[in-house]
Design a protein around this ligand. Structure first.
Ligand code: NAP
Length: 330
């Protein structure tokens, strides 16, 4: 099957640094066009990746040499441009979170189904082989029954003009950073989690949250997740999964470089093991997974409704954290 032809809307940092190199390196995808609001940016990015430069996102969606669109825009613009791309019959890989509101997520997934195209959300870490190892170990009972997850993802402050400080662009730590530990919790504790409490530190001048924490739990098993996130911190990106007979812990859990060999710490009554796992290029794996979803959709026409339902449930958890959070004004 011929390579999936990718168009990119917006010369975002994540696109230039991580995803365009991954699309360009994959035998399953080819980048045919990059769009920007400004001609100079489009030209510089297109020259770097040997494709067409397009001014304006609509012009990119009109191109017949684009099968799939990658959307790395500020969160508030994901829904609008994803919808336009879906209506143009394009498959879409949207940056995380797919939208800022679960109703929009549900609506877009319905639209993708109607148009017979793939709509995927770009959490890279879920494609890392380390998580296959973790899930295998949990399934084998290495830590017994899963009881709790402690996870944090915190980063130092960003430059003052960063999109994450813009309320009009749906900035804020929950939507940019907190969504990672929420995604992790659903991966390790399952899909039935509910929100039991949350706190957000709200920057009243800029109208965005700078960080917070949330307590989630599975009402059936009692397993809980304590999640911490923020962009006014030292860097942390680790988690610990506690079981009835031991624990697993991982650092650099969300965006390890392709050459990094993750160290999984396994603690049990018999001792502690630090298991060095294989390096894995999670961006390459995410691109391959997206291309494979499109191939399956094209060949069988089958829609993966389980994925769609899980995406909506996760978006509802994020809505619920925002709706119920105790706001601390700073
Ligand atoms: N999956 C991951 O590992 C990962 C990592 C980092 C970020 N992200 C996600 O990727 C998205 C982009 O993040 P980023 O840090 O790459 O952002 P960024 O560098 O600020 O890029 C955002 C792009 O959006 C376009 N844009 C359109 N309207 C805009 C507006 N009103 N203001 C600012 N930019 C506008 C711009 O492209 P043009 O000027 O070229 O039109 C800009 O380059 C976010 O959703 C973020 O959560 C994902």
């Amino acid at each position: 099957m011929s390579a999936l032809r990718i168009g990119v809307v917006g010369c975002a940092d994540i696109a230039l640094r991580r995803m365009l190199p991954a699309f360009a390196a994959s035998p399953r995808t080819v980048v045919t066009a990059i769009a920007s609001r400004t001609a100079d940016k489009a030209r510089a990015a297109a020259d770097a990746f040997g494709c067409a430069a397009v001014v304006g996102y609509d012009a990119l969606l009109e191109r017949s040499d684009v099968d799939a669109v990658y959307v790395p825009l500020p969160v508030a613009l994901h829904a609008r441009w994803t919808e336009r791309a879906l209506r143009a019959g394009k498959h879409v890989l949207a940056e995380k979170p797919l939208t800022a509101r679960s109703d929009d997520t549900a609506r877009l997934l319905g639209l993708a189904r109607e148009h017979g195209v793939v709509l995927a959300e770009n959490y890279l870490f879920v494609h890392h082989g380390a998580y296959t190892s973790v899930r295998d170990l949990v399934a084998e009972g290495v830590i017994g029954d899963v009881r709790a997850l402690h996870a944090s993802f915190t980063i130092p402050p960003r430059p003052a003009d960063d999109i994450r400080y813009r309320a009009d662009l749906d900035g804020g730590a929950l939507l940019d950073i907190g969504v990672y530990p929420v995604r992790l919790a659903t991966l390790l504790l399952g899909p039935e989690l509910r929100v039991h409490g949350a706190v957000l530190r709200h920057d009243t001048a800029r109208g965005v949250d700078l960080g917070g924490s949330a307590l989630l739990g599975d009402p059936a098993t009692g397993a809980g997740a304590q999640l911490v996130f923020g962009m006014e911190h030292g860097y942390t990106a680790g988690w610990r999964l506690l079981g009835s007979e031991g624990s697993l812990a991982l650092d650099r859990a969300y965006s390890p470089p392709a050459e990094h060999r993750p160290v999984l710490r396994i603690e049990r009554a018999g001792g502690v093991e630090e298991r060095v796992l294989p390096a894995h290029d999670q961006a390459a794996a995410a691109v391959a997974a997206f291309a494979e979803s499109v191939r399956q959709r094209r060949t069988s026409g089958a829609a993966d409704t389980s994925d769609a339902a899980a995406m909506v449930r996760r978006a509802r958890l994020v809505d619920e954290i925002r709706r119920t959070a105790h706001l601390v004004k700073v």
